[in-house]
Design a protein around this ligand. Structure first.
Ligand code: HEM
Length: 401
């Protein structure tokens, strides 16, 4: 059988206010692949992760997205050109190795008591006091303060540190061109701050992650100073809006399902892992894993020519009925989560912060369930946007004991 052309695939059309899950379901039932109007193909099944992401036949995007936005130099360009997320081959290996060695599972898992205590510190003052802006006051604070602790950043620097995160997170994807100047100014200050932290650890090593990271990078001698610095900025940014949005959506979906929320409040320790797995599946903050084909490939009877940008749609793969029974049902008791949760990617670029993200989310969710089991979502149900990192539009919660 001759292979079909990609022009025969259905089109995924972005419009204001469309239901992404419903649209993708309809497409998935029509064909395994879809075309977007921004030149990126979408692969719609879970099985495509192995074929396209864990594969040597594709590569990660590099500076394409930034260049598409007309950014050819400056701090945003430097961030994207130096960060491990947008690197391939040898550059990716040399940037990832020191992070893999030092940002270790044991160290991150040990942050659990700190994540629980921090959530309590943030939530307790709002209990019984009416609705709180959950996005800014709780969900953004947890990843920022935890990574600040991991990096040994003093509390007095937290406000400016959080401002830089808020200003620069969008640099990893598409950003509003009118915000470029602000993003670049903050990125410059952020870079200088991280460079200074690294210098401090070189001069006065401590028993901490950053001291070990500077020691490992010095011993290996493989990275430029810009690369050494950028991996730290990249870690901070990669772990911020992702964890923030995931926490919000997980809590929101539970609060509107009193039976499941009640079951969780009755056994937060026993169910925290299941709750987070389902929250990360049902409404994923990372919509897809974009790659570029390095050679002509066959995907389910279609020819994907070398050079084609193609993304495995996580929005679709995480609702693939071949893997998840009743995929459109939010169910914390499902038993069909694959061992490797697709939301953290796959292959060489699989999320380097998964252990930390899980520690933060599981402990935050369990702490809220323990402290405030009668909490309510107030106002509109939050929605995630359409960008490469889906941003949350707002969420109010009234915490009640
Ligand atoms: C719920 C929260 C999170 C989600 C859903 C998430 C998801 C992902 C995904 C999908 C990728 C791979 C992207 C690709 O292959 O194209 C990735 C990479 C990465 N993540 Fe996360 N992440 C989360 C939290 C974190 C945290 C807390 C950190 C660190 C503090 C972190 C650090 C990184 C880094 C450094 C990479 C790049 C790895 C590489 O390119 O080799 N992430 N993440």
């Amino acid at each position: 059988m001759p292979l079909k052309s990609l022009s025969e695939t259905p089109e995924y059309v972005f419009t204001e206010d469309f239901d992404q899950h419903a649209t993708l379901k309809r497409l998935r039932e029509t064909a395994p692949l879809a075309r977007t109007n921004v030149g990126m193909m979408l692969a719609l099944h879970h099985r495509h992760i192995d074929l396209l992401v864990t594969s040597d036949a594709t590569r990660q995007l590099e500076t394409e997205v930034t260049m598409l936005q007309g950014v050819m130099d400056g701090p945003i360009h430097d961030l994207i050109s130096n960060v491990l997320l947008f690197a391939n081959g040898e550059a990716h290996r040399r940037r990832r190795a020191p992070i893999s060695r030092t940002f270790a599972f044991k160290l991150m898992d040990a942050m659990r008591p700190r994540a629980a205590a921090l959530t309590e510190e943030l939530v307790a003052p709002h209990i019984g006091k009416g609705p709180v802006n959950f996005v800014d006051e709780i969900a953004a604070q947890i990843p920022a303060r935890i990574i600040a602790d991991v990096l040994g950043i003093p509390r007095s620097d937290l406000p400016i540190f959080m401002q830089w995160i808020a200003d620069t997170g969008e640099a990893l994807g598409f950003f509003d061109p009118e915000r470029r100047q602000q993003i670049e100014a903050s990125l410059k200050a952020f870079n200088a701050y991280v460079a200074d932290l690294l210098e401090q650890r070189r001069a006065h090593p401590r028993e901490d992650f950053l001291s070990e990271y500077v020691a490992v990078t010095a011993a290996e001698g493989a990275m430029s100073e810009a690369e050494i610095r950028t991996q730290i900025v990249g870690l901070i940014l990669a772990g911020s809006d992702t964890t923030r949005g995931s926490l919000c959506m997980t809590l929101a979906h539970l609060l509107i399902r009193p039976d499941q929320w009640g079951a969780f409040c009755a056994d937060p320790e026993g169910l925290k892992k299941a709750v987070v797995n389902e929250g990360l599946r049902y409404d994923p903050v990372v919509p897809g894993l974009p790659r570029v084909a390095l050679q002509d490939m066959e995907v389910d009877g279609y020819l994907v020519p070398a050079g084609t940008p193609i993304s495995v749609s996580l929005l679709s793969a995480l609702r693939d009925p071949e893997v998840y029974a009743a995929p459109d049902t939010f169910d914390i008791f499902r038993t069909d989560h694959p061992r490797w949760h697709p939301i953290f990617g796959a292959g060489a670029h699989r999320c380097a912060g998964e252990a930390l993200a899980r520690a933060e989310m599981e402990e935050a969710m369990a702490t809220i369930a323990r402290l405030a089991p009668n909490s309510e979502l107030v106002g509109a149900f939050p929605t995630l946007g359409t960008g490469p990192l889906r941003q949350i539009d707002g969420m109010q919660v009234a915490f009640k004991t």
